[in-house]
Design a protein around this ligand. Structure first.
Ligand code: PLP
Length: 376
């Protein structure tokens, strides 16, 4: 919560639920990361929050952009972002989308399979391609470990194949998992990357790019290592594993850039007990899994919640969304406690909600409209 957001909520009294993002915090987060990792190119992962005011802020700060679809590419190009500042970082793409991106001037593509390489060689001949490899996502609250990436040994083979197919194998990428708690994870992945570099070099190919992905945390319920802990671990690992022969480094922060910059304001719709003497209250909010909180799936991401009664006596609650779907429960096992004075009509704030929220909200499940967004 920033003074600017606080003022906006008081003066505008927006209808809830709504997301309010302070763009100055977005800029500050970008700058902080740039200062911590000098010489590293920042590719903002557009999917974290693709709102136009965020993209234009980052564009003006000199950011590059990691895109996952032709639609995100079109959006960036329409904002005047040059194609050489975009990478098509998804390993699963339609051939005609690769072709359209190539025609638009995009030259950097991710892959993790032979099928994708074949598509790339035909639809984007001569393009720079980097191979995503699998790495442990231990310590990440939102893992990205199984669906994308190939075994490291196979990555070396595929990169050599890419060269035979008329593509330029530029390097490797990985993702240590989103909302990563453990700064040691960087070194495990960078160690594997260095091994791939030397394996490929043994076969006469020089790689030049190391894309270390995202994973930098936002501030949720459990305190996390702050950014400098992560960036120090990265710098130390790069020095240790690559010495003075460091490749070009790319980083793809998603969550870190807008996460702490935004809050969601929500209204309590109902507080109920399943029996008159039940200790646990059910608190139904006007936002849930379908309205912009998909990351509460399995209670993985646990947001901090602010209420007008903070400081008063608390009791255990189940927090639930407003729709009539049984899965639309926010927190149960996570054992949240909220003030006993909380009642229907109260407005509460879900903190650090600027990433992976608005763009995930459904277009109208149960008739609830998509989450309203304000960028100030
Ligand atoms: C989602 C994603 C990111 C951003 O990850 P965060 O954990 O939000 O920083 C970066 N790179 C790729 C390839 C991604 O899919």
């Amino acid at each position: 919560m920033t003074p600017k957001i606080e003022r906006f909520l008081i003066e505008r009294k927006p209808d809830t639920p709504c997301l309010v993002v302070d763009l100055d915090v977005v800029s500050a987060n970008f700058q902080h990361l740039a200062d911590e990792l000098p010489g590293v190119d920042i590719y903002y992962a557009v999917k974290a929050n693709p709102a136009e005011p965020i993209l234009t802020r980052l564009r003006d700060l000199g950011s590059h952009f990691d895109t996952a679809s032709i639609y995100e590419i079109d959006q960036c190009l329409a904002l005047g972002i040059a194609p050489n500042r975009l990478s098509f970082g998804h390993t699963v793409k339609k051939k005609r989308h690769i072709n359209r991106a190539f025609d638009a001037g995009i030259r950097q593509f991710a892959f993790d399979s032979i099928d994708e390489l074949e598509k790339l060689s035909r639809a984007a001949p001569g393009a720079f391609v980097f191979c995503r490899f699998l790495t442990s996502n231990d310590g990440a609250d939102w893992p990205l470990s199984d669906k994308f990436g190939c075994e490291p040994n196979y990555a070396a083979d595929l990169l050599c194949r890419a060269a035979d197919m008329g593509l330029v194998p530029s390097g490797v990428s990985f993702h240590i998992g989103s909302q990563q708690r453990n700064a040691d994870s960087w070194d495990s992945a960078i160690f594997i990357a260095a091994n791939i570099f030397s394996k490929v070099a043994d076969r006469g190919l020089e790689l030049s790019l190391l894309n270390i992905g995202g994973g930098f945390p936002s501030r949720y319920r459990t305190p996390m290592s702050e950014l400098p802990i992560h960036t120090a671990a990265i710098k130390q690992s790069l020095q240790h594993r690559f010495g003075d022969n460091q490749p070009q480094i790319i980083v793809e922060p998603g969550r870190y850039i807008p996460g702490d910059a935004g809050i969601i304001q929500s209204e309590v719709v109902l507080v109920s007990r399943k029996s008159p003497d039940a200790e646990k209250r059910w608190v139904y909010l006007d936002i849930g899994k379908f309205g912009g909180l998909p990351e509460v799936l399995d209670e993985a991401i646990q947001y901090r919640i602010r209420t007008p009664h903070d400081g008063g006596k608390t009791g255990p609650v189940v927090l639930a969304g407003p729709t009539c779907d049984e899965v639309d429960v926010i927190y149960d096992a996570a054992a949240y406690e909220l003030p006993l004075d909380l009642g229907s009509g109260d407005r509460i704030e879900i903190l650090s909600a600027g990433a992976y929220t608005a763009s995930y909200s459904s277009v109208g499940f149960n008739g609830f409209p998509p989450l309203k967004e304000y960028y100030i």
